[in-house]
Design a protein around this ligand. Structure first.
Ligand SMILES: [Zn+2]
Length: 284
């Protein structure tokens, strides 16, 4: 079955595009931000606006949820937010820009309010390892409550507690994620990278309760799992909770289309994963 015929709208819910300051001097950003440096060592490339538009055009993606990066420096987060808001204004309806805040910074709440005033559609990809914040901390719970009020859903980087090591994997494993969700109130949360495997535990009644406002994106799936994982995830949580996310520029869409074609999903499930499920998160 060809995935291109299934749903009229294709949404890529996990894309990283770098703001101007990173382009001006990536070495300076890398020198001050060990996580950024580790993730962009070697041949891992950066994407700018032109790369993003080429990705959307060539892969026939209708909408993109665009993040910058989980910078540790709150000033760089603020600059990135101005930049992604301007990007969104240039491509209204096609690009949903997400803000980034440094939860460990005392100014994070004000920056969240500023993201809402800028018209950004969500927050992400927050990363506890990259930014050095506690997933079970009081401050994160307060920021989650404020984001609920501002209607800014979060995308959170998650990690598998098992399997091979790789740059950017981190320690945001399902046990830690659940401690955050326990205090996240009504916030809509996208647990990136299939939530590090959390959908399995969502079959425990108490965890299922915590997952009522959680979606799971496919970012980096071809590097981590066989396509059969998609079938299993769709059975575990329902395709309406699964979102296509490529992690571009890490990967393009072709590898995901192959995995989706091989996963044994029906047309309804494919349509939801490719684009249908995303509307409930970002409400366009
Ligand atoms: Zn991630």
């Amino acid at each position: 079955m060809s995935t291109s015929l299934v749903h009229p709208e294709v949404v890529d819910a996990h894309i990283h595009v770098m703001p101007d300051r990173v382009w001006r001097d990536p070495a300076a950003v890398a020198a001050a931000d060990p996580w950024f440096a580790a993730c962009h060592a070697g041949k891992q490339r950066l994407a700018g606006e032109d790369d993003l538009l080429r990705h959307l055009d060539e892969e026939r993606i209708d909408r993109a949820v665009v993040f910058t990066w989980p910078f540790a420096d709150p000033r760089l987060c603020a600059e990135a937010n101005d930049w992604v808001a301007a990007l969104q204004r240039r491509h209204l309806g096609r690009i949903a820009g997400c803000g980034i805040v440094q939860p460990a910074d005392p100014g994070a709440a004000e920056e969240l309010r500023r993201c809402a005033r800028l018209g950004l559609r969500g927050v992400g990809e927050l990363n506890a390892d990259a930014q050095g914040f506690a997933l079970d901390g009081d401050e994160l719970a307060r920021l989650a409550a404020l984001s609920t009020e501002l209607d800014l859903p979060w995308t959170l980087h998650c990690s598998e507690p098992v399997g091979h090591a790789y740059p950017g994997k981190g320690t945001a494993t399902p046990d830690r994620l659940v401690r955050f969700l326990d205090r996240a109130g009504g916030l809509r949360v996208v647990a990136a990278h299939l939530g590090g495997g959390l959908p399995l535990y969502a079959h425990m009644p108490e965890v299922r309760e915590l997952c009522t406002r959680v979606w799971f994106d496919t970012a980096a799936l071809p590097h981590l799992y066989r396509p059969s994982a998609l079938r299993a995830m769709a059975t575990l949580v329902g395709a309406e909770r699964l979102l296509l996310g490529t992690d571009f520029p890490l990967l393009g869409l072709a590898r995901y289309r192959r995995a989706l074609d091989e996963a044994g999903l029906d047309e309804t499930e494919l349509g939801l994963i490719l684009g249908g499920s995303a509307a409930a998160v970002w409400r366009w």
